[in-house]
Design a protein around this ligand. Structure first.
Ligand SMILES: [Zn+2]
Length: 823
């Protein structure tokens, strides 16, 4: 509100209030009769802030497609005057900043439309703020409400713009109508096709990164994430379903019931159906309900029937018409009902919130991690986004549970990264780093393992005693200097950052080689995959030294300048095992039939992490592409048997035979199963016979127990120990063991002619997460990564997704190896 308006407000308060328009008055249509574009939602919130002294509205960022990310703070005038004190008192209560405070204001955060095509919720946000200001000002006396009306504006507008284009007038309720058939990739994900409701913790996306800055400044007591589910399920609100992570406190469990019962009261009054407790569990830490839970709030998901299918109105399978008007009414009701409970319980919320942050009886006290400096840095950068504290150990022996051996062990902690639970966010630390997560039931909505040392490729221990650490980060500045007399420079190859360095060199037209053999120069040793940048290869480039040194210093890569190309042993710069790296042309399939999530993760990887250009090609264009122009083709997860007809498969097969390098990821591998010349066969488990015997008994398993019985075949995101042949270029830069995130039970035999690069030999060993007994048995003697040779080309099979949700950091180097090194 500007000064002029404030003066006007003091003189004519009634006049000003009359300027506050309802959403319908402002937009020109009743809420629920038309989908509002994100810019219109923002415009309405701006209008509200300009016309109410109870609202502060700000931007907190911008999306990939340059849409505004915004939040409104709504409270009494008195509270808004003291808003900074209210905020800091809350952080003092949690111990996040020092000082004493006895705060009494409840802080409620409402997040709308994280899934873009669950589009009723941003409409409900407009309704909710208007009703708060006009009907429920009493809630605002002791409550601060933060509303984010659009968490995923790029996804929302993708849905809304499409729907508004195809909608019949009046809307058509037939499920067959085009307006109920949203095209690939749908409006659910963000620009890079990430599910932002899986990204809270990993924060790989700009929306999450910018939101977390505000979230962590506020640390609300309640967080509601508004969603939509399929059209036949009426409405879901808290309490959530089992499994709950054991870190969730009895108070947090109990308070969900209070909220649920208040929501139920309004739904009962209106005769609306709902369900609670049966689905939407609280385990995986990267959701909009669990993340706030592990950060001390009551985190909740509310799910309205609707989704990208529902449009303005649709007949569901029970022949009930579901309208956007009704969907908005339900989300508006639960939003207001939640604020009401918070307002009534403000005092208790504050005292219980304070207690949550006392972490003196957690199972583990310190997690002590060692490994590659780039990997440590990737991890600390993630911790920084959440204001989680860490330090580095000075030295000494430390005992604890070893991640690599799953037994107790003693390690030398010198310079190790130490993340301890004796900090306000200690419960989240425990959730993230504990080697295994206990499960009350394996039936969960998501993965059951994410222990960060495995994800980041670090080793170390989980200790039940506190390990002292120095909070100052040791930083050795990289300062290479040009050596105009050097025969060449050598750089190590161990991390994604090394691969990004290579990508930058290639973009700058610097010629680079890699070594298939270990190297020794003047007593320095370098592993397989190390980069060699020779003067000879770059002799026409007059700025070779300065450019190379500038890039290496900027990217913090250490170079070894060798005066000679004559090695200590065998492998000289000119060896047959030292190959020039081609500036590869990489294509990737996308579109109908591919997994938008996996395609998006790979797109994001190449564009924003490796920073290497790729050409995305739609699955419908396969028959019209001049494939000879490409060196590498990536097939992200997808159902290719349904999208690649025989002619198109033959086109790809010929391209491979003539020297193409195809990389198949996840279930894309299935495309080659049993096909002649691809060396790939399903793993018939030794237990199949046993399974069949059991199957015939299965008919006696009661109906009510079938769901649990089916878990025997399931792997719900578990971490497996994989052996690596790190002499093969696909595994350069890795140790001989890799921990893989397995998302399903697909299992293939060892290749007969090709290279088995990553594999499970003998019985599968899962170090974390749930695996059903049948699924585990079927993984015995199976491949995870392999290369099949075909003609003068090859196919790389990656049975497991190596860039899962972009948080499985340690898998990403496989992608760079597959693109640059494998031939
Ligand atoms: Zn959703």
């Amino acid at each position: 509100m500007n000064r002029f308006l404030i003066i006007l407000f003091l003189i004519f308060p009634v006049f000003i209030f009359a300027q506050l328009k309802s959403p319908a008055e402002f937009l020109g249509y009743e809420i629920g009769t038309h989908f509002s574009r994100h810019a219109d939602v923002v415009a309405y919130f701006e209008h509200v802030a300009e016309n109410s002294s109870l609202v502060q509205y700000s931007d907190y960022g911008i999306t990939n497609e340059r849409r505004r990310l915004t939040y409104a703070i709504i409270s009494s005038e008195e509270n808004l005057k003291n808003i900074e004190k209210i905020r800091t008192d809350n952080l003092k209560n949690a111990g996040i900043i020092s000082g004493n405070a006895n705060p009494e204001k409840a802080i409620v955060w409402l997040s709308y439309n994280v899934h873009g095509n669950e589009a009723s919720s941003s409409e409900a946000a407009m309704n909710t703020i208007y009703k708060l200001l006009t009907e429920h000002q009493d809630y605002l006396q002791n409550t601060v409400i933060i509303m984010d009306p659009g968490v995923n504006p790029d996804g929302r507008d993708r849905y809304v713009n499409w729907y508004n284009q195809v909608q019949a007038k009046p809307y058509n309720t037939s499920q067959d109508a085009t307006e109920h058939k949203e095209p690939w990739p749908s409006g659910r994900p963000n620009h890079y096709l990430f599910d932002l409701n899986r990204d809270w913790m990993w924060a790989s996306q700009v929306e999450t990164q910018q939101r977390l800055k505000i979230y962590n400044q506020w640390m609300p007591h309640l967080h509601v994430d508004f969603h939509e589910q399929f059209i036949n399920n009426p409405y879901y609100f808290a309490p959530g379903a089992e499994p709950y992570h054991e870190i969730i406190t009895p108070w947090q469990r109990d308070f969900q019931h209070q909220i649920g019962k208040n929501n139920a009261k309004y739904f009962d009054e209106n005769g609306w159906l709902y369900f609670t407790r049966e689905s939407f569990d609280l385990l995986y830490p990267s959701y909009g309900d669990t993340y706030p839970m592990y950060m001390g709030a009551i985190g909740m998901t509310y799910e309205q029937a609707g989704h990208g299918m529902a449009g303005l109105g649709i007949m569901n399978d029970e022949n009930i018409e579901l309208t956007l008007v009704d969907r908005v009414a339900h989300h508006t009701t639960t939003g207001l009902s939640t604020i009401e409970v918070a307002s009534k319980q403000a005092k208790t919320l504050n005292s219980e919130f304070g207690k949550f942050f006392q972490n003196d009886n957690l199972k583990f006290k310190s997690f002590v991690l060692k490994g590659n400096a780039d990997k440590i840095k990737s991890l600390t950068e993630m911790l920084d986004r959440h204001d989680i504290k860490y330090g580095f150990a000075d030295g000494g022996k430390v005992k604890g549970f070893s991640y690599s051996t799953s037994k107790n062990a003693t390690i030398d902690a010198k310079d190790a990264l130490v993340v301890s639970t004796n900090q306000p966010k200690g419960k989240m630390v425990q959730v993230l780093f504990e080697p295994t997560t206990s499960l009350s039931t394996p039936i969960t909505y998501d993965i059951t393992a994410w222990s960060l040392p495995y994800a980041f490729g670090l080793d170390g221990i989980a200790s039940t005693s506190l390990v002292p650490a120095n909070s100052t980060v040791k930083k050795s500045a990289v300062s290479n200097i040009a050596s105009p007399n050097a025969a060449g420079y050598i750089a190590k190859w161990n991390s994604l950052q090394d691969a990004t360095f290579l990508s930058e060199l290639l973009k700058n037209n610097i010629k680079v080689r890699f070594s298939e053999k270990e190297l020794g120069f003047n007593g320095n040793s370098f592993g397989r995959g190390s980069l060699i940048i020779t003067r000879s290869d770059n002799k026409t480039n007059s700025e070779f030294d300065t450019k190379l040194i500038e890039i290496a210093n900027r990217m913090e890569r250490e170079l070894y300048a060798s005066p000679t190309s004559y090695a200590d042993e065998l492998t000289d710069f000119g060896s047959q095992y030292v190959h020039l790296i081609k500036n590869k042309k990489v294509a990737m399939l996308q579109g109908a039939g591919t997994s938008s999530l996996n395609y998006g993760a790979l797109w994001h990887f190449f564009e924003t992490q490796l920073k290497y250009p790729i050409t995305s090609i739609n699955t419908e264009s396969v028959g019209r592409v001049k494939w000879s122009e490409y060196d590498v083709l990536i097939l992200p997860e997808g159902n290719y048997n349904s999208i690649l007809n025989d002619d198109n498969f033959k086109i790809l097969e010929d391209w491979v035979s003539q020297g193409g390098n195809l990389i198949a990821i996840g279930n894309a591998v299935a495309l080659f199963e049993g096909k002649k010349g691809f060396d790939l066969n399903k793993n018939a488990s030794e237990n199949d016979e046993e399974k069949e015997d059991e199957a015939s008994d299965k008919n006696l398993i009661p109906y009510a127990e079938r769901e649990m019985e089916s878990t025997k075949d399931m792997i719900t995101g578990s971490i497996f120990k994989v052996k690596l042949d790190n002499t093969h270029p696909l595994a350069f830069g890795y140790d001989d063991t890799y921990y893989s995130m397995k998302l399903g039970n697909k299992s293939y035999k060892f290749l007969e002619d090709g290279y088995n690069v990553g594999y499970i030999e003998g019985d599968a060993v899962s170090v974390s997460g749930f695996t059903g007994e049948h699924a585990k048995a079927s993984l015995k003697n199976s491949i995870v990564f392999a290369q099949a040779k075909k003609g003068s080309g090859s196919v790389v099979y990656m049975v497991d997704d190596v860039s899962f949700r972009s948080f499985w950091q340690n898998g990403k180097l496989f992608l760079a190896n597959a693109v640059f090194f494998v031939k």
